[in-house]
Ligand binder design. Structure first.
Ligand code: SAM
Length: 285
């Protein structure tokens, strides 16, 4: 039924009844605008019947929007008061859809399995402090995830979607590219939240793609990425000296990978990082 979403009055009322005092540490900013919720759901491109995982359902704004799209939802919430209330809110607001919701009370970063069928999409208004780790953890742990639509800080959205060589390209860009292609699809002003955060947000759509073909493990590639960006202003030869054992070993691995040792990490694609990791492994410890 259209209109069964939470507006400012419902958010205020629910928070008041529960005694919820939103905390910054948990990134608790709740959406009170039905238009924004529908935009998120629309951007996710869901199909009815699909299994969707939501991280941080909060007071249920987005959860209700997802259920409205006829998907089934597993929601992972760290706050016990919010997790306990969510099924009640859904039963009150959308009684015919209440059986399509599972709630897991847990820190999303520690979740290794989920009840019900494997989710094929992650749709979430992510808690800001842990947005990138949650995103990468879920793409790593749940192979079944084909699409991800998340709302994050605008600046984080830019990083996730940045191409090599651009100003905002960095560790999150490369690691996200290991799993998916990322695209920023919309900007969302801060006024749709209660409480109002200090920054605007944006939607990012990630579509799973095959990981780069390499003999190196994902962990090894990510370690090379971390090393390359830890010393942003150094050339790759310098930045990778420690992980390679010596500047000469770094130079040799970079040449074997077909990457200019005098270049900087901010110009490399994830495939190039994967080739460097493979060359380092081939050279041995
Ligand atoms: N989805 C709701 C909305 O759009 O109104 C709330 C979004 S709010 C930005 C983030 C939510 O994530 C909060 O409900 C917070 O309690 C929850 N949260 C914070 N850290 C978490 C974690 N590590 N694991 C699971 N949930 C978390």
């Amino acid at each position: 039924t259209p209109g069964a979403l939470l507006g400012p009055a419902q958010i205020r009322d629910l928070a008041g009844r529960l005694g919820v005092r939103p905390t910054k540490t948990l990134g608790q900013n709740f959406v009170h605008d039905a238009g924004t919720v529908r935009k998120i759901v629309r951007s996710a491109g869901l199909t009815p019947g699909q299994r969707v995982v939501e991280v941080g359902p909060g007071l249920g704004s987005l959860t209700l929007g997802l259920l409205e799209a006829d998907v089934s939802v597993v929601a992972v919430e760290i706050d016990p008061v919010l997790a306990a209330q969510l099924p009640l809110t859904v039963r009150e607001t959308a009684p015919d859809r209440a059986d399509r919701l599972d709630v897991v009370l847990q820190d999303a970063l520690t979740v290794t399995e989920l009840p019900g069928p494997p989710p094929t999409a992650l749709v979430a208004n992510l808690p800001y402090n842990v947005a990138v780790p949650v995103l990468l953890t879920f793409l790593e742990r749940f192979d079944s995830l084909e699409r991800v639509l998340v709302m994050v800080q605008a600046e984080v959205a830019d990083r996730l979607a940045a191409p090599p060589g651009s100003r905002t390209y960095g560790i999150p860009s490369v690691k996200a590219a290991w799993y998916a292609t990322a695209r920023r699809t919309a900007t969302i002003g801060r006024s749709v939240f209660w409480p109002v955060p200090n920054v605007d947000s944006a939607l990012v759509l990630l579509e799973r793609r095959p990981a780069p073909v390499t003999l190196a493990s994902r962990q090894r590639v990510f370690a090379v990425v971390d090393a390359a960006f830890a010393q942003r202003r150094k050339t790759l030869r310098g930045a990778l000296a420690q992980i390679a054992g010596s500047p000469a070993a770094a130079q040799a691995a970079l040449e074997a990978a077909g990457v200019d040792p005098g270049a900087r990490g901010e110009r490399l694609t994830v495939e190039e990082f994967a080739r460097i990791a493979e060359a380092l492994d081939a050279a041995g410890p």
